[in-house]
Design a protein around this ligand. Structure first.
Ligand code: UDP
Length: 243
């Protein structure tokens, strides 16, 4: 049978959360340019399908607040460093997307006007409507939060239909698939099921926000080539958590 070329994307506006670690490739720290470029290409493929894309990038490949505070730093200072790390990642990804022919705009929750523009919701909405990819940097702008929460928050604010959580594992499993070969992937779960099974899909604040706002989450692997497109096409990829 010929492929169904008339298939439409399942979403028109998505929030894509990419962890900092996903940008490291096989490195132990920092950015792996070929990986950043591949992610930019995958985003372009989805963008060409007419989907509006906004993104939140983590900073764990460079600095995490908890790591700094464990080494004796004041926690809020360490968290601000973590947020600044996300700005570096956002700039790298925006640059890679620009090179792919997309137009990316980085908007920061912390004022660094000489480098990136501040987050202003109507402006972000305008950019999305103009077909630009918007990258939200510096998390929520507040210490003690994570970029998962930034993704849930901005996703809800901007009217995304889903939060796509890109990780290194292709979904949520009944047990750790690295340790237990009998572990199976959940294709779908309700928020209540995910909570009662204590599956730790997003951090607690982000999860609660998505649940309250009935904003579905799809966990998938960004390491798996083409998975982002399959997710956006509504195929059985990763794990969907829904209200
Ligand atoms: N961070 C923060 N507030 C936020 C988002 C992030 O303080 O709203 C800090 C926090 O220190 C965190 C770091 O930025 O450890 C990097 O973000 P995250 O750990 O979420 O990155 P990821 O694990 O997704 O790479």
């Amino acid at each position: 049978m010929p492929p169904d070329t008339a298939a439409e994307p399942a979403y028109s506006r998505v929030m894509l959360k990419i962890s900092g670690e996903a940008l490291m490739g096989g490195l132990g720290y920092g950015l792996h340019p070929p990986t950043v470029e591949r992610i930019a290409r995958e985003v372009k493929t989805v963008h060409e399908m007419g989907v509006e894309i906004c993104m939140v990038i983590g900073g764990g490949n460079i600095f995490r607040g908890l790591q700094g505070s464990a080494q004796g730093m004041e926690r809020t200072t360490a968290d601000y460093m973590g947020m600044l790390a996300t700005v570096m990642n956002a700039l790298a990804l925006a640059d890679a997307m620009d090179k792919q022919g997309l137009t990316a705009r980085v908007m920061s929750a912390i004022g660094i006007e000489q480098v990136v523009e501040p987050y202003v919701r109507p402006k972000a909405l305008q950019y999305l409507e103009e077909g630009k990819v918007v990258v939200f940097a510096a998390g929520t702008g507040n210490p003690f939060f994570t970029t998962d929460t930034a993704a849930a928050l901005r996703g809800a604010e901007i009217g995304a239909e889903v939060v796509l959580k890109a990780t290194k594992v292709d979904g949520v499993y009944t047990a750790d698939p690295m340790k237990d070969p009998s572990a199976t992937r959940y294709a779908k779960l309700t928020f209540d099921e995910a909570m009662s099974r204590n599956l730790g899909i997003l951090d607690a604040t982000a999860f609660a926000l998505c649940r309250d706002q009935k904003l579905p989450i799809r966990v998938f692997s960004i390491v798996k080539h083409g998975a982002l497109k399959r997710v956006v096409m509504g195929e059985d990829e990763g794990t969907l958590v829904y209200a």
